[in-house]
Design a protein around this ligand. Structure first.
Ligand code: SF4
Length: 266
């Protein structure tokens, strides 16, 4: 595992995602090393030849650059923290870049949206409370610790993420569970809904995308840990399959009274 500090030239970038106007990624790479991660294309753009999940560049001057960018008074808009990395890397405890970035966004009254797989996010509860608009999401692809370890080897275990949702929600923060990617025949949607009930304001979900350079890694895990599912994943999932999942999501949303804000399909 390689961790470098780097100097960035820009930080605040325009977002093409529907829920955000800007993105901020305080790190390059992600040590959470999720097997299905779509952000692995970042290797190409950043000249890394290490496998995804084995390198991390720490943008050590990120707060300084953001402060400078905000003095130019960009249009106020929602900033998503972590679109191609997780803003709560294990080393965030040491570098505190995400925290410093939140402090600056707060000074400028920019709304924030955070999506993470780390319970370290709870550290910044005091800041979230001060934002006029803020939402915090934790990704929950499964509540099964073994499945999580096989596909998300270095992030907080699902129970820690659910606990983080509970703490944040109890303190009045708008929270959501991001159920994605849904791993066919492995993600148990009903168990997830039951586990997050009363801890989130809404959920978002996403289908599995196997067209982003992750196919081989996913199949390797299946071959080793879930061989009976391998041929299913090899044959792929058509529109009909995801229609069925969407129907199930809508039924569960009704049953557990948790609003389904979006289901993103690939
Ligand atoms: S936490 Fe997010 S960015 Fe990091 S490896 Fe997992 S999916 Fe990719």
């Amino acid at each position: 595992m390689k961790i470098n500090t780097i100097q960035c030239k820009t930080l605040l970038t325009k977002s093409r995602l529907p829920e955000a106007d800007y993105c901020i990624n305080p790190y390059v790479g992600c040590l959470h090393a999720c097997v299905y991660c779509y952000a692995r294309f970042m290797r190409r753009f950043t000249g890394h030849d290490e496998p995804w999940g084995y390198f991390l560049d720490v943008k050590i001057n990120a707060p300084e650059i953001l402060a400078r960018e905000l003095t130019r008074k960009p249009k106020r808009g929602v900033v998503l923290l972590g679109s191609v990395t997780d803003a709560y890397q294990p080393v965030e405890q040491k570098y505190r870049l995400t925290r410093a970035i939140l402090e600056i966004l707060l000074q400028h009254d920019f709304p924030v949206s955070v999506l993470t797989k780390s319970n370290l996010v709870v550290r910044d509860l005091d800041l979230f409370k001060q934002f006029s608009k803020c939402e915090v999401g934790l990704t929950i692809t499964t509540t099964d610790q073994k499945i999580a370890r096989n596909f998300e080897p270095h992030s907080s275990i699902p129970q820690q993420r659910i606990k983080a949702l509970e703490i944040l929600h109890r303190d009045g923060i708008t929270t959501y569970a991001f159920i994605g990617p849904i791993l066919p025949e492995l993600t148990d949607l009903e168990t997830i809904f039951a586990a997050i009930q009363g801890k989130v304001n809404f959920i978002m979900a996403e289908s599995l995308n196997m067209k982003c350079g992750n196919r081989q890694d996913i199949q390797d895990v299946l071959r080793k840990k879930y061989p009976s599912h391998l041929s299913l994943y090899q044959s792929g999932f058509d529109k009909k399959y995801w229609d069925k999942i969407e129907k199930q999501l809508r039924a569960l949303s009704k049953k557990f009274n948790i609003s389904l804000k979006g289901f993103y399909r690939h």
